[in-house]
Write a protein of this length. Structure first.
Length: 129
């Protein structure tokens, strides 16, 4: 990520996530096919997550873009997973993606978060790809 205006995309992603999610934001992780970087982790959380294992799973989202391409549901936008202690929302836009973990929040805010992240990712597509 550092080879492609990493500070700019990092700052933009952090800014949009903090704006949309606020205090419910738990973490932000940016990834590509080859790299992974945790951009934010709330101070009350432990740094024990196996980011590489998460990334391996979340990279499947790159294939989801293609698999759902001609779906009657429309374009694939995001995946939201529910866990005992919060939510994980994945947004991918080839060639990169972001997963954000949050505390509980309304579906409207997840939709707003998806749009905001997608806009940032799209603006950096050429620099990453």
């Amino acid at each position: 990520m550092s080879n492609h205006n990493g500070f700019e995309i990092r700052d933009e992603l952090l800014g949009v996530c903090r704006t949309v999610v606020g205090d419910e934001l738990r973490s932000i992780t940016y990834y590509t096919h080859d790299d992974i970087e945790q951009l934010y982790l709330r101070s009350d959380l432990d740094r024990t997550a196996d980011l590489e294992s998460f990334a391996e799973h979340e990279r499947r989202g790159f294939r989801s873009q293609e698999a759902y391409k001609d779906s009657e549901l429309g374009q694939y936008e995001a995946t939201i997973r529910m866990f005992e202690n919060g939510y994980l929302s994945r947004v991918v836009h080839e060639p990169h993606g972001v997963w954000v973990t949050t505390d509980d929040m309304s579906i409207d805010r997840f939709e707003e978060l998806t749009v905001a992240i997608r806009n940032v990712l799209e603006s950096y597509d050429e620099q990453v790809g």
